[in-house]
Design a protein around this ligand. Structure first.
Ligand code: PLP
Length: 510
């Protein structure tokens, strides 16, 4: 393969690029690099006697012709993947202020612990007697999560936040089924604020309920009067996140929970924003009945292409008998599995994404109770510092103290220069930062949802703020062409969803 030309890119974190990064505008695939007969590595001999494939595998099961796999030398293969790696942005490379997603730096000690052979090389079907250490870890993690959330019991099975939501709704359904009388018609509605994350209404539909939207008030919080108007005995529950997706604390949460309980509904906590309240307050103390946690946001598990997530669900004592099973339990003589009496059944093939759970447990041990509180305090401080710094450069629709993320708007830039939130996000890539969440929450026109997290230094925060201010000050219609300095320019973000091409066509393209 010929030597790749060099190209200049800004270094992550807004610092000026000092060294060129190898890469090409369009990287060939391994199929295009393939050359017949090349192999990455081979033994001189397998040590096996010569064998005939037909004797080992019946002819009818053999492919008519060899599969067209790429053939590359080890050297070229390593170079190819190393080049691709250098073209990526990741939490390890710099700030990743993707609001609501909590893309914070994950301490490497968590990976080290999760990689221990005693944890990583265990088959999930191993008998309980052979995995006492694993079971002890899971029981301890459940206990810690129950304490952090102020709930009674936890299921570690759901493998993601959205999976936790569906589990929570199935628990809600099981609860209502258990309290229904022959005369009471099934409840059909779940209330969701208009600022909610899209997975909430999707989970409601999957859970067999109908979404009813609750408007936000002028403060960006649930409009309690409007909520009261919607409450009746057809309401199965309400799904809320606190702080909400505008980064604002729902100050009326106790009143909201009481009002929903008064009509027999349950109160569901979407834990995607738990980072903001760790060690400060707890969903259980606010009146929530069901909580899902995004371990892959709050407790150091890579996500967003970095690895599998974990969305445990925590519940009150009344709902514990419905939890998915089997659950890890202390038996007195050690540890084992137990399925709760009225369990909704399994929500995952095995016991959850076990290594994600091990990472999260390591994070909890390494951070400690007081450390968790400092996480929340620093996350909130950082977001408020950014909000103050951006005032006057961006519109701030709900300009009051925020929690761990702040939502600003590019509506003014759009009016004056035709520059939209998405253009600001793309220009931020040119400054060496990941983009914030754009166009969400839907209640804010041209929203930019910025979550700096607690892991970024004041210097990085200042560089991020400077970049955003520079983008606002120099806004021009040319910004539609951004990003101009990244290996890949602006892509059509909807095309892959609408016209999915999931295979590589090795035939020459004209
Ligand atoms: C508020 C909120 N709820 C739920 C989810 C869904 O979590 P997951 O992506 O793990 O399914 C997200 C994801 O970003 C979120 O921000």
């Amino acid at each position: 393969m010929s030597a790749a030309p060099t190209e200049r890119r800004p270094a992550p974190g807004g610092r000026a690029a000092s060294a060129p990064v190898l890469g090409r505008a369009s990287e060939p695939t391994v199929f295009e690099l393939s050359s017949p007969g090349r192999v990455a590595w081979s033994f001189r001999s397998s040590g096996l006697p010569p064998w005939d494939a037909d004797e080992l595998v019946p002819a009818q099961h053999l492919a008519p012709e060899p599969v067209a796999l790429p053939e590359l030398s080890e050297r070229d293969l390593v170079a190819h993947h190393t080049r691709l790696t250098s073209r990526q942005y990741s939490v390890d490379l710099g700030a990743y202020p993707l609001g609501s997603c909590t893309m914070k730096y994950n301490p490497k000690v968590c990976d080290t612990a999760a990689g221990l052979p005693g944890l990583a090389r265990v088959h999930p079907a191993a008998p309980a007697a052979a995995i006492q250490g694993w079971l002890e870890l899971l029981v301890a993690l459940e206990g810690s999560l129950a304490e952090i959330t102020g709930m009674h019991a936890v299921s570690l099975q759901p493998p993601a936040g959205a999976a936790g939501e569906l589990t929570g709704l199935l628990l809600m359904r099981a609860h209502h089924a258990s309290t229904a009388t022959p005369a009471s018609p099934p409840r059909t509605k779940v209330l969701i604020p208009d600022s909610a994350h899209g997975t909430n209404p999707a989970s409601v539909t999957l859970g067999g309920y109908r979404t009813v939207t609750v408007p936000s008030d002028h403060r960006g919080c649930v409009d309690v009067a409007a909520l009261r108007h919607l409450l009746d005995d057809d309401v199965a529950g309400i799904m809320l996140t606190n702080p909400n997706t505008l980064g604002l604390f729902e100050e009326d949460i106790a009143e909201i929970a009481e009002a929903v309980h008064d009509v027999g509904g349950l109160v569901y906590y979407d834990g995607a924003n738990l980072n903001a309240i760790l060690g400060v307050t707890r969903p259980g103390d606010m009146g929530f009945d069901i909580v899902h946690l995004n371990l892959h946001k709050t407790f150091a598990v890579p996500h967003g292409g970095g690895g599998p997530g974990a969305g445990p669900v925590a519940v009150t004592e009344a709902l514990a008998p419905f939890l998915p099973g089997p659950r890890p339990v202390a038996t007195g003589a050690g540890y084992g599995w137990h399925t709760p009496a009225r369990s909704i059944g399994r929500v995952h093939g095995w016991h959850g994404n076990a290594l994600a759970l091990a990472r999260a447990y390591t994070y909890l041990l390494a951070t400690g109770g007081d450390g968790l509180r400092r996480v929340a305090e620093a996350a909130v401080l950082n977001a408020n510092w950014l909000r103050q710094r951006l005032r006057g450069h961006y519109d701030i629709p709900y300009d009051r103290p925020c929690m761990h993320e702040c939502v600003v708007s590019a509506a003014g830039l759009r009016r004056r220069h035709g520059v939209r939130a998405v253009d600001v996000g793309k220009r931020l890539l040119e400054h060496g930062f990941h983009a914030p969440t754009v166009a969400f929450p839907l209640v804010v026109d041209e929203a930019l949802m910025i979550e700096p997290t607690e892991t970024e230094s004041p210097q990085t925060l200042a560089a991020l703020a400077d970049a955003l201010i520079d983008i606002a000050e120099s806004a021009s219609p040319d910004d539609h062409a951004a990003p101009r300095t990244t290996p890949v320019g602006r892509v059509d973000e909807a095309r892959a969803a609408r016209r999915l091409v999931s295979t590589f066509d090795a035939r020459p393209r004209c």
